[in-house]
Design a binder for this molecule. Structure first.
Ligand code: SIN
Length: 410
């Protein structure tokens, strides 16, 4: 049903979020992919027969649904973040109450309507919308209500901490995909063209508004100037600006004035502490493209990078901050200097460095010579303050299932 209505859904996504229509079409497909994958995977999910130590018993496990799953979803991907949670939860036999972000209720309601039209059983996929003024009250109800057995949340780390505490009172299962501040390391031996293309994808996808976007970009000192020039050329070649309805346009505005202000704040902070622009900064050509429009910006941070705001929190906008480093150990240390551990990326040609770096990075997801890790079949999620549990892949189904052990006397 979603496939049949993909153009309408993409148009709704563009209207609600301001994403370029072409990008919205890709996000509809991403949403569908989750449903297809979980539908296939649940048929291959089953319990075990375990050899028992006591000879007069046999032990089996079966997988059972948990009951009602509450899904609190973000505005930045208003279709796929719902199907990623609800697809897995429903495939595992649960019912879902979804509270979409107050900013993007329409995509969620459209999914509920299509679920109904596809013949989905009544009460299995439910949407509760609310405005910004009641979002805390609705969230609290989902945390405290005894009917809810699992809360799955995607959003900021600060909200995740509140929800985590609230859910602890009734020992609910939780899965949380929270904030990131992804490092992206370009080692001296990297293929610079490939690294620049990977960074363009990682940093500027959705205009920098995903939690896995690169934010702390570490470039070896010996290639620092060459790489910044290559990155600038890659951006000029890759992105097309214009009306979000024009199918050739690949880069859109930021979702809100709040998001725009944060990106500008991080940029001005870096420039006031000695950062230098590689690209043009925000100017009249951005304004001509519409409100909240910021074309990709590259900044060489200079000596004071440690005190810059982007080091503390994700920018969630299209500003790439480049930091120079001298040794492999230094790069890993800087990358791991964060309480957040969602995604990290790096480029090298050296296979030994590739393995060592992938193992050393304190994150849930590593892009080793790729700028895009997100995929339906991949366990998606972070460690430390970036979250609990995994979405996507077979692990997502386990999150929404209970294992029951049955000991049989013979
Ligand atoms: C996000 O949650 O912002 C990332 C979406 C994705 O890449 O799957």
């Amino acid at each position: 049903m979603i496939k049949k209505n993909k153009e309408d859904l993409a148009a709704l996504c563009t209207l609600e979020l301001g994403k370029p229509y072409t990008e919205s079409l890709v996000s509809v497909q991403y949403a569908v992919d989750f449903l297809d994958w979980f539908e296939g995977a649940i048929e291959r999910t089953f319990g075990d027969t375990i050899p028992a130590a006591r000879g007069n018993t046999r032990i089996f496990t079966i997988k059972q649904p948990q009951g009602v799953v509450a899904a609190i979803t973000p505005w930045n991907s208003p279709l796929a973040m719902i199907t990623r949670k609800a697809g897995a939860a429903i495939a595992a036999g649960n019912s879902v109450v979804c509270k979409p972000a107050p900013e993007t209720p329409l995509c969620a309601l459209a999914l509920a309507k299509l679920f109904e039209r596809a013949g989905g059983p009544s009460g299995v996929f439910n949407v509760v919308t609310c405005g910004a003024e009641s979002t805390i009250a609705v969230g609290e109800e989902l945390c405290h209500n005894d009917l809810v057995k699992h809360l799955s949340f995607t959003g900021s780390t600060s909200v995740g901490k509140h929800l985590n505490i609230a859910c602890a009172k009734s020992i609910k299962r939780i899965s949380m995909e929270l904030g990131g501040n992804a490092p992206f390391i370009v080692f001296a031996d990297a293929n610079l063209d490939e690294a620049a293309q990977g960074l363009a994808t990682s940093k500027f996808r959705s205009s920098g508004q995903t939690c896995v976007c690169a934010n702390r970009i570490l470039v070896h000192a010996s290639i620092f100037d060459d790489f910044s020039e290559i990155l600038k050329k890659t951006i000029d070649r890759t992105f097309v600006y214009g009306s979000v309805w024009d199918r050739s346009v690949t880069f859109g505005p930021l979702y809100s004035l709040k998001g725009m202000s944060k990106a500008i704040l991080h940029l001005e902070d870096a420039l006031s502490k000695g950062g230098r622009l590689v690209t043009d900064g925000p100017d009249a050509t951005d304004m001509e493209l519409g409100p909240n429009f910021l074309k990709p910006v590259i900044v060489k941070t200079g000596a004071s990078w440690k005190s810059m705001k982007f080091m503390e929190e994700e920018t969630f906008g299209p500003v790439a901050f480049l930091i120079g480093f001298d040794t492999e150990q230094e790069a890993i240390e800087i990358a791991n200097q964060s309480s957040l551990g969602l995604a990290a990326y790096f480029y090298t040609q050296d296979i030994s460095r590739l393995w060592k770096t992938a193992e050393a990075l304190n994150v849930g997801m590593v892009g080793a010579r790729v700028g895009l890790v997100s995929a339906t079949e991949m366990p998606f999620g972070g460690i430390m303050e970036s979250g609990i549990g995994r979405e996507g892949g077979i692990e997502a189904l386990s999150e929404f299932l209970e294992t029951k052990s049955i000991t049989l006397g013979i």
